[in-house]
Design a protein around this ligand. Sequence first.
Ligand code: MG
Ligand code: ZN
Length: 393
Amino acid sequence: MRTKISKESSLNTHIVSILFLIFFLLLSISPEKKNNQLAIPKNVILLIGDGMSYSQITATEYFHGSLNMTSMPYHGTISTHSLNRRVTDSAAAATAIATSHKTRNGMVAILPDGTHLQTIAQYALEMGKSTALLASSHITHATPAAFAVHHKKRGEYFNIAELFVNSDINMILGAGSDYFLPESDGGKRKDGKNLITEMKEQGYFYINIDKNIEQISEHEKVIAFIEPMNLKPYPERADQMIRLTNSALLRLSQNPEGFFFMIEGSQIDWAGHDRNADWMIQEMIDFDNVIGSVLEFAEKDGNTLVVVTSDHETGGLTLPAGRFGNSDEFRYKFSTRRHTAQQVPLFSYGPSAELFTGSFDNTDIARKLFSLWGKQIEEPDSIGMELHQSIKK
Ligand code: MG
Ligand code: ZN
């Protein structure tokens, strides 16, 4: 009997010490805590569904089933107006999301007076973090460009490509070699400049075919242009977005300082402009699959904040009717071929994800991210704020 008791008590001691060990291990791997117990994420992955709002999400869930994004634990709603328009374009919206400043439609990370706005990606570089941008449109398109360069006219893609050369972004992923290569090398540049050669001289590794996507993880600085202009529409492009994402994450996660990664589902917007619900839903499914992959990474990593949001709604999509049991009877209607002023959702997961709840402005996204990483930015500039106040009245 005694032996048994002593065995049990030594077993109990073991269990207690193992529990303590687990407790301290958990403490040591939990994200760094600063003022007011805020958890500071080492990594941030920001996913932007261009042209995605509640109707796009609702339609996709009714046709396809529940989405990864709506399973994320925190949810906010954001206003999207630009400095000069109730209805934003992607350039002004991406500027707000990337820099926390309102600007005029068409402008890329720059104020109307020419002031360059530091982007969260540029700030991450300053902190020693790695940075990556991935889009299913060409990389010089407004949304990804607003994280890397400063330019007054979003449509000047050849100029924007030149600005990418010195952007220092570690991973430039997706498509768009046409704007980087001269006509003599199969591109569309008429000035004879080969920006890819210039970037290789700066240490970038260049990938231009699908089968080499996985080589991204072998290089610290990479350009991967799988198509000369845009990635093919989903499902034609198959799992390219997921493969690009995963290969980039393999490398990015090796930086002990962490990383910032922006991923854009660019073509949800184009399907909306086209009033093409089938295409829109396919693009939504692909975007959400990428989110699933990112959430899997973030769950394992434990130190990654994932923010999923949108720049604006496209198409004025409404869902006026639909009987249960017959998806063919599900009705949708686009009210415009353009963007709308509708508010858009935000979903978040990971350290300090709870900061991204409630109703706020698109400029608040970057303000919260900058603040988590130690840089305080003032409230929105006066004109944007006035516009916001006039809406709230
Ligand atoms: Mg876009
Ligand atoms: Zn658009």
